[in-house]
Write a protein that binds this ligand. Structure first.
Ligand code: 1BN
Ligand code: ZN
Length: 305
């Protein structure tokens, strides 16, 4: 009774205020629903699924099964999916390869591209190389990023690209026997004009290491590295994005060579690199969470540039 009376007396003012509060609350709920934060544990689950297919060198049945899995997941994300299929001439003959692309369209005519590879390095039996960090972690991060970006309001186009054929087919990393997928897409995008639209390309590789440390790759764009390192620092992740440098070849390089502002986020300080011990127990959801969160924040910042 008392309550009712109070409501009645205050009605003209408090109803207006309540209406405002309700509107603000609805806006907050709607934006929370729209912007899904990257989840490291979900990325870890995706990585475990990818690694579960076993060794996944280009042209293998497991590689094809993983492609089907990636595409099945992306179909639920409402992005524009496409394939870049080709036959690579390798030291072991012609091998069919396929990059998988997922585009979240924006309105500016500019594009931000996040890439990583899903193939694993071929090692002859009896070795069993499953690449938990090297091939698995990039796949898991990209799949979770597709979920996190779904429903976000875009200004720039955001492409997620899953590269095949990153690894050398021969034992040694030499000449043109590597980066088959990224070289193919860079050339395709040079020819069709997409390359000119790219504001930034971020490649992730081997980012699952439980002892995460990422150095600045010196061939990459200093400006894009600056955006990512600043985002990492602002988010409190300075300890994982070191003020040290590293020089490495990777899937960003075909784009760097064509003038695209591109970088490589790689934790190359990883003892199980190209060993059969690169297994799920060496990687952590927290590392995937840190890199995924920093990359998602960097995408938002790049969109505002
Ligand atoms: C990264 C993961 N890479 C291969 N698997 C590229 C690379 C090759 C990096 C040789 C350094 C040396
Ligand atoms: Zn490798």
């Amino acid at each position: 009774m008392l309550r009712k009376q109070a409501v009645f007396v205050m009605a003209p003012v408090s109803l207006t205020r309540m209406a405002w509060m309700r509107t603000i609350l609805l806006i907050l709920i709607a934006s929370a629903l729209q912007a899904a934060n990257f989840s490291g544990s979900a990325a870890l689950d995706y990585t475990r699924r990818a690694v579960g297919f076993g060794p996944r060198p280009p042209g293998s049945e497991a590689n094809r099964q993983l492609q089907a899995y990636i595409e099945g997941e992306l179909k639920q994300r409402g992005c524009q999916m496409s394939e870049d299929a080709f036959t690579a001439q390798t030291p072991k003959g012609a091998i069919p390869m396929k990059n998988i692309l997922c585009k979240f369209p924006g309105t500016t005519g500019r594009a931000i591209v996040l890439t990583g590879h899903f193939d694993t390095k071929l090692f002859p039996a009896p070795r069993k190389f499953v690449g938990a960090s090297d091939g698995g972690s990039s796949t898991g991060l990209l799949l979770e990023m597709a979920r996190a970006l779904q429903g976000e309001k875009r200004t720039d186009d955001v492409y997620l690209v899953f590269f095949d054929g990153e690894e050398a087919i021969r034992e040694q990393w030499e000449g043109e026997d590597n980066l088959y997928g990224s070289r193919h897409l860079a050339e395709k995008w040079r020819a069709d004009g997409t390359l000119r639209k790219i504001k930034a390309l971020i490649n992730v590789d081997m980012i699952g290491d439980a002892h995460l440390n990422i150095k600045k790759e010196t061939n990459g764009s200093a400006a894009i590295n600056g955006v990512v390192w600043k985002a990492a620092s602002d988010l409190g992740y300075k300890a994982y994005f070191l003020d040290q440098v590293l020089d490495t070849d990777d899937d960003h390089m075909p784009f760097v060579k064509l003038g695209v502002p591109a970088i490589d986020l790689i934790d190359f300080d990883y003892p199980p690199w190209h060993q059969d011990t690169d297994t799920m127990d060496k990687i952590s959801g927290q590392s995937l969470d840190i890199v995924g969160t920093v990359v998602q924040e960097s995408i938002h910042r790049l969109e505002r540039q």
